[in-house]
Design a binder for this molecule. Structure first.
Ligand code: IVH
Length: 669
C-alpha cells in the first residue's frame, strides 16, 4: 500500500484513540499541541488524497476541538450596543423621548439586568441549536458552536412548542462568581495568570479551542433578545417568557414596568439587590415592550432607540499620582494622562487614567504627589474624578499643562471654542503621522493589511512615508529594509495598497482623518457631495444641510480642505488612482462585499424579488450562487414551497436556512 495512505489510516486510528482518551477516559496521553500536529498532518494528507475521503475521519468530526481558529460569519442582524446612561434622570429623559416619539400611545417598558459577560447569538432551526456566534465586531463574529454546546443551560433541543422554524436568540455568556473564584484558585495553584474579572474569563473561555476545557469551567448563559420573522408574540416580554418555556434561561429579574415611577423603583431595588446575584451585572436595561413600537422608534447608527442601559455607579479607588504625561493623538490633540501607583479597580489593575483636557485637569486642580480618585465609569478607560485634598503634601506645586508638544516640541495652539490644545505640526510630529497612517490603513477605511503602529513608525523613521499619499509610492524593496519584512510580506502589503484603490469613495473620506468625521458622517458627507471636488469646495452652509452634520463638523471639513497640505495630499491620492466619487449603481455593479466568500443556494418562490434578482443581488454583494446544497454552502435562501429534501439536507449539514427578509436585512437592501 502507498505509504501515504498507510499513514492516513494510522493517523486516523491514533487520533480516534487520543480523542477517546481525552473526552471519555479523561486521561490524555499527549498534549494539545502534539494532537494538533497529528491532526494537521492528517488534514494535509487527506487534501492530497481526496479518494481517501471518509466522513468518519477525525478531521470530519463536527465539534472537533482541534481547529486552530474559528470560522467567522456575518451576523444576520448586526449586534448593536446600547446607549448608556448613568443616572435616573437620564433614564427618565429617555422615557420622555420614547413617550413623545410614540405620541400618546400606552408604553410598557421591560426592565432587565445588564449582564456583564460576553454577548452571544444562537441560531435555532427546527428546534435545534445549529450555530453560536460571538459578537465579534458587531458585524462579523466567531462561530463557537462547539464550545457553546457544553453550556448545560443552553438547550440543544428545544422543549414545549410554538418556536419558529428559524430564529435567533441573543444573550450573555457568563462565568458565575463561584465558578470564577474556583477557576482563579485553580490557576493560582497551577501558577497561571489570574483572570481580572468574570467578563474576561467568560470571553476567554468561549474562545478556547478545547470544548472539554470549556465544559470544565462552568459557563452559564442568560438570554434576553429574540429575533426572527415569525416570533410568537408582538411584544418582547411574552416572547422571552415563551423562550423560557422552550428551555432557555431567562432572568427572573425581567419585569414589565408601566410608569416612570415603577422604573425608578426598579432601579433603586436592583442597585442593591444585584449584589446578591450569582453572576456579574453592570447595570440594568430598559426596553420598549411592543415590537411595533420598537419598529417605530428604530435605531441610530449604533444602538436601538427603543432601549437604554442604566449603568450602576462605578466603583472608585484612591491612589497616588506618580506623574502626568501628555499623549499626542492622530489629530494632534494633547491629552493629559495621570500615571498612577497601580491600584485594583472593579477587578482590573489601573496604572493610567485620562484627564481629557486642560480644563478638566485645571478643575481637578492636581498637585504633584496628590492622592487621586479613579473611577471606571461606563468607559473602558478609567478616569480621574477627584483629589483627596486632606492628603496633599504641604507645598506640593500644582501640575501645569504643557505649552509645547511633548513629541516634537512645537508650540501648542488652541482652537477657539474647543477645549483641546493641538500640536499644529501635522507633517512633522511622529505620533500624529503614525496615527493617521494607522487610521488610513484600518479595516473600515482602506483595509490595507500588514501595517501596524510599529511598521508605520518605521516607515516614517526611514523617510519612506510622511503622509498617507506616500503609501502609493511605497515599494516592496523599501518595505524589505524594515525589520520583520521578507519578500512575501512586503509583496502582500504592496498588493493590499494596490487593492485599496478599489475602496469606495465613502471610505476614502473616512480614511482622510478629518477631525470629528467618523464612519457614518463620512458616508453621509461623501454621498451628499458625490465627488471630492464638490466636497472640497462646499461652503459650510451646504455642509450643514447634510444629515448629522452640525456647525462644528461643517467647520472642521471646510478647514480641512482649505489647508494647502491637505489639498496636495488629496490631489496625490487622486493621481494614485483612489476612488474620488461615489459609484453609480447599475444593474451589474458591485454593491458591497458583505457576502464575500459566502455561497448561497436559492430555493422556492419569493415575494419581494424574483429568483433571478436574488441571484444577481448575491453576486453584487460579493457572494456566490450554487445549484445544490453541500458542505460548502453557507446559507440556503428559502422562499415559499422549498423542497422538503433540500430542507432536510440543509438541516443535516447545519446550514442556516434564511428567509428573503433575513437576506434583505443581511445585505442592507
Ligand atoms: S439587549 C440591540 N439586554 O450589553 C440591543 N443587552 O451594550 C441588544 N447586555 O451587546 C442588546 N445584558 O452583550 C441587551 N439584558 C440585556 C443585556 C444586554 C447585557 C450586553 C449585550 C450587548 C451590550 C450592549
Amino acid at each position: 500500500m502507498d505509504p501515504e495512505k498507510e499513514r492516513i489510516e494510522y493517523l486516523r486510528r491514533e487520533l480516534h484513540r487520543h480523542n477517546y482518551n481525552y473526552y471519555v477516559a479523561n486521561s490524555p496521553e499527549i498534549g494539545d499541541k502534539e494532537f494538533d500536529m497529528l491532526m494537521k498532518e492528517l488534514e494535509a494528507l487527506e487534501a492530497e488524497h481526496p479518494e481517501m475521503y471518509d466522513p468518519n475521519s477525525p478531521t470530519q468530526r463536527v465539534g472537533s476541538d482541534l481547529s486552530t481558529g474559528f470560522e467567522q460569519v456575518r451576523h444576520i442582524y448586526p449586534m448593536l450596543s446600547l446607549a448608556n446612561t448613568y443616572s435616573i434622570d437620564d433614564v427618565e429623559a429617555w422615557f420622555k423621548r420614547v413617550d413623545e416619539a410614540l405620541s400618546g400611545q400606552d408604553v410598557t417598558i421591560v426592565g432587565e439586568m445588564k449582564f456583564d459577560g460576553s454577548g452571544i447569538s444562537l441560531i435555532y432551526e427546527h428546534g435545534k441549536l445549529v450555530r453560536a456566534v460571538t459578537r465579534g465586531d458587531g458585524e462579523v463574529g466567531d462561530v463557537v458552536t462547539d464550545n457553546i454546546r457544553t453550556i448545560k443551560s443552553i438547550p440543544l433541543q428545544l422543549q414545549g412548542s410554538g418556536w419558529p422554524d428559524f430564529f435567533e436568540i441573543r444573550g450573555e455568556v457568563l462565568l458565575p462568581w463561584a465558578a470564577f473564584d474556583r477557576l482563579n484558585a485553580e490557576r493560582a495553584e497551577a501558577g497561571e495568570p489570574l483572570f481580572a474579572n468574570p467578563r474576561n474569563a467568560a470571553a476567554g473561555t468561549m474562545k478556547l479551542l478545547n470544548p472539554a476545557e470549556v465544559a470544565h469551567r462552568g459557563l452559564d448563559a442568560y438570554l434576553y433578545y429574540l429575533l426572527g420573522d415569525n416570533l410568537p408574540y408582538d411584544n418582547h416580554y411574552d416572547n422571552m417568557m415563551a423562550a423560557r418555556s422552550w428551555g432557555f434561561k431567562v432572568s427572573d429579574a425581567m419585569t414589565c414596568l408601566h410608569s416612570i415611577d415603577e422604573v425608578d423603583k426598579y432601579i433603586n431595588y436592583w442597585d442593591k439587590a444585584r449584589k446578591t446575584l450569582p453572576v456579574a451585572t453592570d447595570g440594568l436595561v430598559f426596553k420598549v415592550n411592543s415590537l411595533r413600537q420598537q419598529l417605530n422608534l428604530g435605531f441610530t447608527a449604533k444602538s436601538p432607540r427603543w432601549a437604554v442601559a442604566y449603568k450602576f455607579a462605578a466603583e472608585r479607588a484612591l491612589t497616588r499620582l506618580r506623574f502626568v504625561s501628555f499623549d499626542v493623538g492622530r489629530m494632534g490633540i494633547i491629552t493629559p494622562v495621570a500615571n498612577l501607583e497601580p491600584v485594583l479597580l472593579s477587578g482590573t489593575v489601573v496604572k493610567r487614567a485620562s484627564m481629557h483636557n486642560e480644563d478638566i485637569m485645571r478643575t481637578l486642580d492636581i498637585h504633584e504627589d496628590d492622592m487621586l480618585y479613579v473611577e471606571k465609569g461606563g468607559e473602558i478607560i478609567p478616569k480621574i474624578t477627584g483629589v483627596e485634598i486632606s492628603e496633599r503634601t504641604p507645598g506640593a506645586p500644582p501640575v501645569s499643562f504643557v505649552s509645547h508638544c511633548p513629541a516634537c516640541g512645537a508650540r501648542l495652539v488652541r482652537v477657539e471654542g474647543e477645549a483641546a490644545w493641538v500640536c499644529p505640526n501635522k507633517e512633522g510630529c511622529v505620533p500624529q503621522i503614525v496615527g493617521r497612517i494607522e487610521h488610513f490603513v484600518g479595516r473600515h477605511m482602506m483595509n490595507i493589511d500588514g501595517i501596524g503602529e510599529e511598521t508605520a513608525a518605521a516607515l516614517f523613521a526611514h523617510g519612506f512615508i510622511r503622509n498617507v499619499a506616500d503609501l502609493y509610492d511605497l515599494t516592496a524593496m523599501q518595505l524589505m529594509t524594515i525589520e520583520g519584512f521578507g519578500a512575501k510580506s512586503a509583496e502582500r502589503v504592496i498588493a493590499g495598497i494596490e487593492a485599496s484603490k478599489e475602496v469606495p469613495f465613502e471610505r476614502v473620506v473616512f480614511a482622510l482623518s478629518i477631525p470629528f468625521v467618523g464612519e457614518t458622517t463620512a458616508r453621509k458627507v461623501a454621498r451628499a457631495a458625490k465627488n471630492i471636488d464638490t466636497l472640497m469646495s462646499m461652503p459650510t452652509e451646504q455642509l450643514e444641510a447634510i444629515e448629522d452634520v452640525g456647525s462644528r463638523i461643517a467647520a472642521s471639513i471646510a478647514n480641512f480642505f482649505a489647508d494647502e497640505q491637505n489639498k496636495r495630499m488629496v490631489e496625490r491620492l487622486r493621481v494614485a488612482g483612489l476612488k474620488m466619487e461615489v459609484a453609480v449603481a447599475s444593474e451589474s455593479q458591485p454593491l458591497s462585499d458583505t457576502l464575500a466568500g459566502k455561497t448561497f443556494v436559492i430555493s422556492g418562490v419569493f415575494a419581494k424579488h424574483s429568483r433571478e434578482e436574488y441571484k444577481s443581488l448575491i453576486e453584487r454583494h460579493g457572494g456566490k450562487n450554487s445549484g445544490s446544497i453541500s458542505k460548502k454552502t453557507d446559507y440556503v435562501l428559502a422562499g415559499e414551497n422549498m423542497g422538503p429534501a433540500k430542507l432536510e439536507k440543509a438541516n443535516k449539514l447545519g446550514i442556516p436556512v434564511i428567509s428573503e427578509d433575513d437576506f434583505l436585512r443581511m445585505t442592507g437592501e
